[in-house]
Design a protein around this ligand. Sequence first.
Ligand SMILES: C[S@@+](CC[C@H](N)C(=O)[O-])C[C@H]1O[C@@H](n2cnc3c(N)ncnc32)[C@H](O)[C@@H]1O
Length: 324
Amino acid sequence: MKPLETCSRLCPRCLRTFESAGAACPHCALEFELRGGVLDVLGPGERERRAQEVEAFYTRHPFPGYAPGDDGPTLLDRSRRAPFLVALDAAIDAQATVVDCGCGTGQLAAFLALAAPRRRVLALDGCRASLACADEFRSRAHIDNLQLVRADLFDLPLPQRRFSVVLSRGVVHHTPDPARAIACVARLVAPGGVLVLGFYETWARGLHCARRALGRVLRSELRAFDPVLRRADLDEEKKRIWIADQYRHPLEHILPLPRVIAALEREGLRWLRSVPPAVDGAALFAPTPRPGAAGLFALRSGWLLRGANDPDAGLVIVVAQRAE
Ligand SMILES: C[S@@+](CC[C@H](N)C(=O)[O-])C[C@H]1O[C@@H](n2cnc3c(N)ncnc32)[C@H](O)[C@@H]1O
């Protein structure tokens, strides 16, 4: 691997690459602090109180956790056993520039970068510790086409309407203002581009909320009723992180699907589909009819009913597109 000082960096603002290890992009003068391979545009300044609480939480529990000994081949192998990730990789052009907003420890971004070495993947998060974890993996797995950036979702250093694929999974519901967070990521999508937005949907997460409330009364995580905690093949460290994320998070909203669709439409994005239902291959970005009232009821009832065995605890993906 190249020594760090000579590695190519991708500027999140002008999307040009540069080689220097200085403190600003030589093309557009965006200022940053360099921490390992992470461009930190937030710097040491104090963040708003709720953002600090969320960063402190993920500093204690960087999410998602890596398994001991994880490397490029094991991450690729694990990701290729997840049907949604296979569909996402198949749907994204192998030379696209992709941005992941709220990447956490960067597993999704690292997978998409490893799966297509000519893709450029920008992965942003507000949490230094999660990004340090992502950077350690990036360096160990020799991923040169992944640029990690520390930035706030509400003040992104990215050009608007420039990205053909914008991802944000499991993030907007952990901010003080999910509707504004949705608008911030939606604005990045180029004409004809897509947003893949993952969020806790009200009906889909209903059963988990009930399980968590009962667990609080009984002072237990009710492991036997949680499909992730029931898994015999999962190590205790991953379960510890899951318990923190699902049962002890300091800031969580649940979002009704109709309100999310309305927020996307206000930003000029139209419905392509949701997951679930599962989808094969490149069909992830193929349009399906926008559900009306009856369709929404059927979709959300299905999510509610599958809640007991949902390994994502009510995380729903909506794919939306900006008109050309
Ligand atoms: C549950 S994790 C999701 C990680 C990853 N997207 C995934 O799907 O595995 C939520 C992430 O959102 C980040 N986040 C929350 N609020 C943020 C904000 N205002 N700006 C940047 N990142 C934020 C957290 O630091 C955390 O890493």
